[in-house]
Design a protein around this ligand. Structure first.
Ligand code: GLN
Length: 304
Protein backbone atom coordinates (compact mmCIF):
# COMPACT_ATOMS: atom_id res chain seq x y z
CA UNK A 1 0.00 0.00 0.00
CA UNK A 2 1.43 3.37 -1.00
CA UNK A 3 0.20 5.40 2.00
CA UNK A 4 2.26 8.44 0.99
CA UNK A 5 0.50 8.71 -2.35
CA UNK A 6 -2.90 8.19 -0.74
CA UNK A 7 -2.14 10.88 1.87
CA UNK A 8 -1.37 13.48 -0.75
CA UNK A 9 -4.46 12.59 -2.77
CA UNK A 10 -6.71 12.89 0.31
CA UNK A 11 -4.93 16.12 1.29
CA UNK A 12 -5.86 17.65 -2.07
CA UNK A 13 -9.49 16.60 -1.66
CA UNK A 14 -9.68 17.79 1.92
CA UNK A 15 -8.32 21.24 1.03
CA UNK A 16 -11.74 22.02 -0.46
CA UNK A 17 -13.60 20.87 2.63
CA UNK A 18 -15.74 23.58 4.23
CA UNK A 19 -15.45 23.07 7.95
CA UNK A 20 -18.48 24.43 9.82
CA UNK A 21 -17.23 23.16 13.14
CA UNK A 22 -16.21 25.24 16.16
CA UNK A 23 -13.42 24.87 18.69
CA UNK A 24 -14.50 23.65 22.16
CA UNK A 25 -14.74 26.55 24.60
CA UNK A 26 -16.39 24.92 27.63
CA UNK A 27 -12.83 24.18 28.73
CA UNK A 28 -11.59 27.79 28.43
CA UNK A 29 -7.97 26.90 27.58
CA UNK A 30 -9.05 24.81 24.57
CA UNK A 31 -10.67 27.93 23.11
CA UNK A 32 -7.21 29.50 22.70
CA UNK A 33 -6.05 26.89 20.15
CA UNK A 34 -5.51 27.95 16.53
CA UNK A 35 -8.56 26.48 14.76
CA UNK A 36 -6.75 26.15 11.42
CA UNK A 37 -4.27 23.54 12.65
CA UNK A 38 -4.32 20.21 10.86
CA UNK A 39 -2.02 17.24 11.25
CA UNK A 40 -1.98 13.53 10.46
CA UNK A 41 0.43 10.73 11.31
CA UNK A 42 0.19 7.05 10.40
CA UNK A 43 2.43 4.33 11.84
CA UNK A 44 2.27 0.76 10.58
CA UNK A 45 3.04 -2.28 12.73
CA UNK A 46 5.94 -2.91 10.36
CA UNK A 47 7.44 0.47 11.29
CA UNK A 48 6.61 2.57 8.22
CA UNK A 49 5.21 6.04 8.80
CA UNK A 50 3.63 8.85 6.83
CA UNK A 51 2.77 12.37 7.98
CA UNK A 52 0.99 15.56 6.95
CA UNK A 53 1.18 19.22 7.95
CA UNK A 54 1.13 19.99 11.72
CA UNK A 55 1.72 16.37 12.77
CA UNK A 56 4.49 17.44 15.12
CA UNK A 57 2.57 19.93 17.28
CA UNK A 58 1.24 19.06 20.71
CA UNK A 59 -2.46 19.23 21.42
CA UNK A 60 -4.71 18.18 24.28
CA UNK A 61 -5.77 14.57 23.70
CA UNK A 62 -8.75 14.88 26.11
CA UNK A 63 -11.07 11.84 25.95
CA UNK A 64 -8.63 9.85 23.84
CA UNK A 65 -6.80 9.18 27.11
CA UNK A 66 -9.89 7.23 28.28
CA UNK A 67 -8.76 4.31 26.13
CA UNK A 68 -5.36 4.30 27.84
CA UNK A 69 -6.81 4.44 31.36
CA UNK A 70 -9.20 1.66 30.35
CA UNK A 71 -6.31 -0.47 29.07
CA UNK A 72 -4.41 -0.06 32.34
CA UNK A 73 -7.49 -0.67 34.52
CA UNK A 74 -8.63 -3.71 32.51
CA UNK A 75 -5.19 -5.26 32.86
CA UNK A 76 -5.19 -4.68 36.64
CA UNK A 77 -8.83 -5.41 37.47
CA UNK A 78 -9.65 -8.06 34.85
CA UNK A 79 -13.25 -9.04 34.10
CA UNK A 80 -14.48 -7.69 37.46
CA UNK A 81 -14.27 -4.28 35.81
CA UNK A 82 -17.53 -4.95 33.94
CA UNK A 83 -19.46 -5.06 37.22
CA UNK A 84 -18.74 -1.33 37.57
CA UNK A 85 -19.12 -0.18 33.95
CA UNK A 86 -20.90 -1.59 30.88
CA UNK A 87 -19.84 -2.17 27.28
CA UNK A 88 -22.93 -0.86 25.47
CA UNK A 89 -22.95 2.16 23.19
CA UNK A 90 -24.74 5.00 24.98
CA UNK A 91 -26.20 6.90 22.03
CA UNK A 92 -25.98 9.98 24.24
CA UNK A 93 -23.49 12.89 24.50
CA UNK A 94 -20.20 12.18 26.26
CA UNK A 95 -21.17 14.12 29.39
CA UNK A 96 -24.78 13.04 29.65
CA UNK A 97 -26.34 12.34 33.04
CA UNK A 98 -29.75 11.05 32.21
CA UNK A 99 -29.16 7.32 31.58
CA UNK A 100 -27.29 6.96 34.85
CA UNK A 101 -30.40 7.07 36.99
CA UNK A 102 -32.15 4.29 35.06
CA UNK A 103 -28.95 2.26 34.99
CA UNK A 104 -28.52 2.59 38.77
CA UNK A 105 -25.21 4.41 38.57
CA UNK A 106 -23.50 1.94 36.20
CA UNK A 107 -22.24 3.92 33.18
CA UNK A 108 -23.03 2.39 29.80
CA UNK A 109 -19.38 2.19 28.77
CA UNK A 110 -15.87 3.31 29.82
CA UNK A 111 -15.48 5.91 27.05
CA UNK A 112 -18.22 8.31 28.15
CA UNK A 113 -17.25 10.65 30.98
CA UNK A 114 -19.18 8.74 33.68
CA UNK A 115 -17.49 5.47 32.67
CA UNK A 116 -14.04 7.03 32.53
CA UNK A 117 -14.57 8.49 36.01
CA UNK A 118 -15.36 4.99 37.34
CA UNK A 119 -12.19 3.72 35.61
CA UNK A 120 -10.22 6.46 37.42
CA UNK A 121 -11.73 5.28 40.70
CA UNK A 122 -10.69 1.68 39.93
CA UNK A 123 -7.15 2.83 39.07
CA UNK A 124 -6.84 4.81 42.31
CA UNK A 125 -7.70 1.61 44.22
CA UNK A 126 -4.86 -0.22 42.45
CA UNK A 127 -2.07 2.35 42.12
CA UNK A 128 0.23 3.80 44.79
CA UNK A 129 0.68 7.08 43.01
CA UNK A 130 -2.05 7.20 40.33
CA UNK A 131 -0.90 10.25 38.32
CA UNK A 132 2.73 9.17 38.30
CA UNK A 133 1.98 5.48 37.66
CA UNK A 134 -0.43 6.27 34.83
CA UNK A 135 2.12 8.51 33.14
CA UNK A 136 4.71 5.75 33.45
CA UNK A 137 2.27 3.41 31.70
CA UNK A 138 1.89 5.94 28.86
CA UNK A 139 5.69 6.20 28.63
CA UNK A 140 6.00 2.41 28.43
CA UNK A 141 3.47 1.95 25.63
CA UNK A 142 4.65 4.95 23.63
CA UNK A 143 8.39 4.42 24.08
CA UNK A 144 8.45 8.16 24.85
CA UNK A 145 9.14 9.50 28.34
CA UNK A 146 8.57 13.16 27.45
CA UNK A 147 4.76 12.88 27.30
CA UNK A 148 3.11 14.66 30.22
CA UNK A 149 0.04 16.36 31.69
CA UNK A 150 -0.79 20.02 31.09
CA UNK A 151 -1.38 21.71 34.44
CA UNK A 152 -2.82 24.70 32.60
CA UNK A 153 -5.50 22.63 30.83
CA UNK A 154 -6.26 20.45 33.85
CA UNK A 155 -6.82 23.54 36.01
CA UNK A 156 -8.88 25.23 33.33
CA UNK A 157 -11.20 22.20 33.17
CA UNK A 158 -11.30 21.82 36.96
CA UNK A 159 -12.63 25.39 37.34
CA UNK A 160 -15.53 24.57 35.01
CA UNK A 161 -15.94 20.89 35.90
CA UNK A 162 -19.48 21.18 37.27
CA UNK A 163 -21.01 18.52 35.05
CA UNK A 164 -18.29 15.96 35.65
CA UNK A 165 -18.53 16.69 39.38
CA UNK A 166 -22.28 16.07 39.12
CA UNK A 167 -21.61 12.71 37.44
CA UNK A 168 -19.22 11.49 40.13
CA UNK A 169 -21.49 12.64 42.97
CA UNK A 170 -24.50 11.01 41.36
CA UNK A 171 -22.65 7.70 40.97
CA UNK A 172 -21.56 7.93 44.60
CA UNK A 173 -25.23 7.84 45.64
CA UNK A 174 -25.45 4.46 43.86
CA UNK A 175 -22.30 3.25 45.67
CA UNK A 176 -20.36 2.93 42.43
CA UNK A 177 -17.57 5.22 43.67
CA UNK A 178 -15.08 4.05 46.33
CA UNK A 179 -12.36 6.68 46.65
CA UNK A 180 -12.22 10.35 47.58
CA UNK A 181 -14.15 12.38 45.01
CA UNK A 182 -11.64 15.25 44.85
CA UNK A 183 -8.81 12.78 44.23
CA UNK A 184 -10.78 11.00 41.49
CA UNK A 185 -11.64 14.25 39.71
CA UNK A 186 -8.10 15.61 39.97
CA UNK A 187 -6.89 12.36 38.36
CA UNK A 188 -9.63 12.50 35.67
CA UNK A 189 -8.90 16.13 34.71
CA UNK A 190 -5.18 15.39 34.53
CA UNK A 191 -5.71 12.35 32.29
CA UNK A 192 -7.75 14.50 29.90
CA UNK A 193 -5.05 17.19 29.90
CA UNK A 194 -2.29 14.98 28.45
CA UNK A 195 -0.69 16.54 25.40
CA UNK A 196 0.68 14.65 22.42
CA UNK A 197 1.56 15.28 18.80
CA UNK A 198 -0.14 13.22 16.08
CA UNK A 199 3.08 11.25 15.80
CA UNK A 200 3.14 10.47 19.54
CA UNK A 201 -0.55 9.61 19.57
CA UNK A 202 -0.30 7.26 16.63
CA UNK A 203 2.72 5.49 18.18
CA UNK A 204 1.12 5.30 21.65
CA UNK A 205 -1.90 3.45 20.23
CA UNK A 206 0.05 1.09 18.02
CA UNK A 207 -0.04 -1.72 20.63
CA UNK A 208 -3.80 -1.93 20.02
CA UNK A 209 -3.09 -2.65 16.35
CA UNK A 210 -0.43 -5.17 17.35
CA UNK A 211 -2.39 -7.71 19.43
CA UNK A 212 -1.59 -5.89 22.67
CA UNK A 213 2.21 -5.99 22.21
CA UNK A 214 4.19 -2.74 22.27
CA UNK A 215 5.93 -2.71 18.88
CA UNK A 216 8.90 -0.74 20.21
CA UNK A 217 9.86 -2.68 23.35
CA UNK A 218 8.07 -5.95 22.32
CA UNK A 219 6.54 -5.91 25.81
CA UNK A 220 3.10 -7.49 26.11
CA UNK A 221 0.86 -4.70 27.42
CA UNK A 222 -2.46 -6.58 27.22
CA UNK A 223 -3.55 -10.11 26.30
CA UNK A 224 -4.81 -10.65 22.74
CA UNK A 225 -8.34 -11.06 24.05
CA UNK A 226 -8.30 -7.85 26.11
CA UNK A 227 -6.82 -5.96 23.14
CA UNK A 228 -9.61 -7.25 20.89
CA UNK A 229 -12.20 -6.16 23.43
CA UNK A 230 -10.81 -2.65 23.77
CA UNK A 231 -10.91 -2.27 19.99
CA UNK A 232 -14.51 -3.45 20.00
CA UNK A 233 -15.44 -0.90 22.68
CA UNK A 234 -13.78 1.84 20.60
CA UNK A 235 -15.73 0.68 17.55
CA UNK A 236 -19.08 0.93 19.32
CA UNK A 237 -18.53 3.70 21.85
CA UNK A 238 -15.54 5.81 20.77
CA UNK A 239 -17.62 8.62 19.25
CA UNK A 240 -20.58 8.67 21.68
CA UNK A 241 -23.78 9.52 19.83
CA UNK A 242 -21.84 9.58 16.56
CA UNK A 243 -20.30 6.10 16.91
CA UNK A 244 -22.57 4.60 14.26
CA UNK A 245 -21.79 7.42 11.85
CA UNK A 246 -18.03 7.05 12.36
CA UNK A 247 -18.27 3.30 11.87
CA UNK A 248 -20.38 3.84 8.75
CA UNK A 249 -18.06 6.43 7.21
CA UNK A 250 -14.65 5.20 8.32
CA UNK A 251 -15.04 1.54 9.29
CA UNK A 252 -12.33 1.41 11.95
CA UNK A 253 -12.29 1.40 15.75
CA UNK A 254 -11.35 4.86 16.95
CA UNK A 255 -11.53 7.45 19.68
CA UNK A 256 -12.04 11.20 19.60
CA UNK A 257 -11.34 14.00 22.06
CA UNK A 258 -12.67 17.55 22.36
CA UNK A 259 -9.16 18.85 21.66
CA UNK A 260 -9.87 17.86 18.03
CA UNK A 261 -7.80 14.69 17.99
CA UNK A 262 -8.88 11.32 16.64
CA UNK A 263 -6.98 8.06 16.69
CA UNK A 264 -8.10 5.04 14.66
CA UNK A 265 -6.77 1.49 14.60
CA UNK A 266 -6.59 -1.03 11.79
CA UNK A 267 -5.76 -4.28 13.64
CA UNK A 268 -2.53 -5.89 12.41
CA UNK A 269 -1.88 -2.95 10.08
CA UNK A 270 -1.66 0.57 11.47
CA UNK A 271 -2.62 3.28 13.91
CA UNK A 272 -3.49 6.72 12.51
CA UNK A 273 -3.86 10.00 14.40
CA UNK A 274 -5.54 13.12 13.01
CA UNK A 275 -5.83 16.55 14.60
CA UNK A 276 -8.11 19.39 13.57
CA UNK A 277 -9.56 21.45 16.47
CA UNK A 278 -12.95 22.40 15.01
CA UNK A 279 -15.65 20.08 16.34
CA UNK A 280 -19.03 19.12 14.94
CA UNK A 281 -22.22 19.22 17.03
CA UNK A 282 -21.39 15.89 18.63
CA UNK A 283 -18.01 17.14 19.89
CA UNK A 284 -15.89 15.21 17.36
CA UNK A 285 -13.37 16.73 14.93
CA UNK A 286 -15.29 17.33 11.71
CA UNK A 287 -12.31 17.60 9.37
CA UNK A 288 -10.65 14.70 11.18
CA UNK A 289 -13.58 12.40 10.39
CA UNK A 290 -13.70 13.72 6.83
CA UNK A 291 -10.00 12.94 6.34
CA UNK A 292 -10.36 9.42 7.72
CA UNK A 293 -13.40 8.72 5.57
CA UNK A 294 -11.52 9.66 2.39
CA UNK A 295 -8.45 7.79 3.63
CA UNK A 296 -10.19 4.43 4.15
CA UNK A 297 -12.10 4.95 0.89
CA UNK A 298 -8.84 5.44 -0.99
CA UNK A 299 -7.13 2.48 0.68
CA UNK A 300 -10.22 0.39 -0.12
CA UNK A 301 -9.68 -1.28 3.22
CA UNK A 302 -11.45 -1.17 6.55
CA UNK A 303 -12.18 -3.84 9.14
CA UNK A 304 -15.45 -4.68 7.35
N1 GLN B 1 -12.22 16.50 29.51
C1 GLN B 1 -13.39 16.48 28.70
C2 GLN B 1 -14.65 16.42 29.56
O1 GLN B 1 -14.63 15.76 30.55
C3 GLN B 1 -13.30 15.32 27.76
C4 GLN B 1 -14.47 15.23 26.80
C5 GLN B 1 -14.10 14.74 25.42
O2 GLN B 1 -12.95 14.81 24.99
N2 GLN B 1 -15.08 14.29 24.69
O3 GLN B 1 -15.64 17.02 29.29
Amino acid sequence: MNYEKIFSKVQTTINNYIDNGTVATYIPELGNVDATKFGVFLTTVKGEHVSLENYNEKFSIQSISKVLSLALAYGLEGEKLWKRVGVEPSGTPFNSLFQLENDLGIPRNPLINAGAIVVCDVLISHLNNPKKDFLEFVHRISGNSSITYSERIANSEKLKGFRNNALVNFMKTFENIDNDIDEIMDFYFNLCSIEMTCEELSKTFLFLANKGVCPFSKEKILSKSKCKRINSIMQLCGFYDEAGEFSFRVGLPGKSGVGGGIVAIYPNKYSIAVWSPKLNKRGNSSKGIEFLEHFTTETKASIF
